[in-house]
Design a protein around this ligand. Structure first.
Ligand code: PLP
Length: 451
């Protein structure tokens, strides 16, 4: 009904006239016209021209339980009627925010009993920057200010989020990064591993953290932040030796370890949280996206006892928070979403069934002449398109091979994202084996068209 009120062209013209899209070249979009998505169900989208598209990216890595889940819609509706908003400032609370905090303490690793709410991943990482520095000040070490992050990591788009992110093209705009943030190289074996085995490389890559700590001075380092698997940077799955070694180094210097679980959290990697899959025990964990399956915005920081005890006992008032911290409608949807994941055993479904099945199917892509590596963990996967498989040589970036492949995907009914020449996939966790087969047929067709 929405789509027929105006023609697609009219919607595109209105879009180009008034809407500045995120991470988008507006002039280029205005020429081409946006694809207008009008409807969704299960793992499929429809556009204003009636084309059906398999959403291999769960929106933006968030619609983990799939579109049109009745219990989430009902939870929002019920809460909207009962109490659409109240804040958590000034000694007040709301029932959905309390219920969710309790539930999060159950599904997160045992060191976490407390949550600080925000509305997005970026905001949650902003909270982390303030929280870790405040923690060290309360511990009598205010000089511990430096946060170490990684090149090609993604932590958001606000001033602090984009500064933690290791994307040079983002730092080039808007006067970034903010002070006291430094980046080490990413654990990307396929590009940087040379002759080393993945396991050897994992330890070497973790060693870059120790080198940087020693360069900065351990007494000045507050925290290390990383995604268990870098998502927006191209689904870079570190060798299994990497995270345990990172943990050992953080412990050695007493540095807080922050796991950005905005993508990896809530079942994506086959455990509730990516740190469980990768083998680390973080002090802080940021989340967003999958907590509400993207139906409404919600994010937050899980705070371990190590930090929470100091904050609560010595901290007094933490001068930080957002109007929508603990928004009751968002929290009610999150509670319904987590309960749905538990009832449908979605984490087990990813870990024991569709995750291993996707990995098997990805294996078969390695024969394709364009595919350098095809890797996955749970329901996150990447296909590295290369010029020469034997030498692991990439295409010149000017050829934009990934964008060509992405275009074929979109034209043929599949959302698959290109990060340079790395094609990434993160379908909803409810996907079935038959739907993975359907997705693989589309992927193969699009790789052939890209040749
Ligand atoms: N952290 C990670 C790992 C992300 O992937 C993202 C978004 O993609 C963010 C943080 C930022 O989240 P948001 O876009 O909700 O601010």
């Amino acid at each position: 009904a929405q789509a027929t009120r105006r023609s697609t062209r009219e919607w595109q013209q209105a879009d180009a006239a008034h809407f500045l899209h995120p991470f988008t070249d507006t002039a280029a979009l205005a020429k081409k016209g946006a694809r207008i998505i009008t409807k969704a169900e299960n793992i499929y989208l429809w556009d204003s021209e009636g084309h059906k598209i398999l959403d291999g990216m769960s929106g933006l890595w968030c619609v983990n339980t799939g579109y049109s889940q009745p219990s989430l819609i009902e939870a929002a509706n019920r809460q909207m009627k009962e109490l659409p908003y109240y804040n958590a400032f000034f000694q007040t609370s709301t029932i959905p925010a309390i219920e969710l905090a309790e539930l999060l303490a159950q599904v997160t690793p045992p060191q976490f009993k407390h949550v600080f709410y925000g509305t997005s991943g970026s905001e949650s990482n902003d909270t982390v920057v303030r929280l870790v520095r405040h923690y060290w000040a309360l511990q009598g070490q205010p000089e511990r200010q430096v946060i170490i992050a990684r090149k090609n990591g993604y932590h958001g788009s606000t001033m602090a989020g984009a500064s933690l992110s290791g994307m040079a093209y983002m730092h080039a705009q808007g006067g970034l990064p903010i002070p006291n943030i430094t980046h080490i190289q990413q654990p990307f074996w396929y590009e940087l591993g040379g002759d080393m085995s993945p396991d050897e490389f994992g330890k070497v890559a973790a060693g870059w953290l120790e080198e940087r700590i020693l360069e900065v001075g351990p007494e000045k380092v507050a925290a290390f932040i990383g995604e268990p698997i870098q998502g927006a940077g191209g689904v870079i799955i570190p060798p299994k030796t990497y995270w345990p070694e990172i943990q050992r180094i953080c412990d050695k210097y007493g540095i807080l370890l922050v796991s950005d679980e905005v993508i990896c959290g809530f079942g994506r990697t086959g455990n509730w949280f990516g740190c469980e899959t990768m083998g680390s025990k973080p002090d802080l964990m940021t989340f967003a996206k999958g907590v509400t399956a993207g139906y409404v915005p919600l994010g937050g920081v899980m705070v371990s006892d190590r930090v929470a005890d100091v904050l609560i006992e010595k901290g007094g008032e933490f001068e930080h928070g957002y109007t929508y911290s603990g928004h009751p409608v968002a929290c009610a949807v999150a509670v319904a979403n987590i309960k749905l994941m538990q009832q449908q055993k979605l984490v087990e479904h990813v870990r024991d069934d569709v995750g291993p099945y996707l990995a098997q199917q990805f294996e078969t892509l390695r024969d394709h002449p364009l595919v350098g590596e095809a890797v996955s963990c749970g329901l996150m996967g990447a296909i590295q398109l290369v010029k020469d498989k034997a030498t692991r040589q990439f295409f010149p970036s000017s050829l934009e091979v990934g964008m060509v492949c992405r275009g074929h995907c979109f034209g043929n009914g599949l959302v698959m994202r290109a990060v340079g020449d790395r094609m990434v996939i993160a379908p909803p966790l409810i996907i079935t084996r038959a739907q993975i087969d359907e997705m693989m047929t589309l992927i193969r067709r699009c790789l052939d068209l890209t040749l």
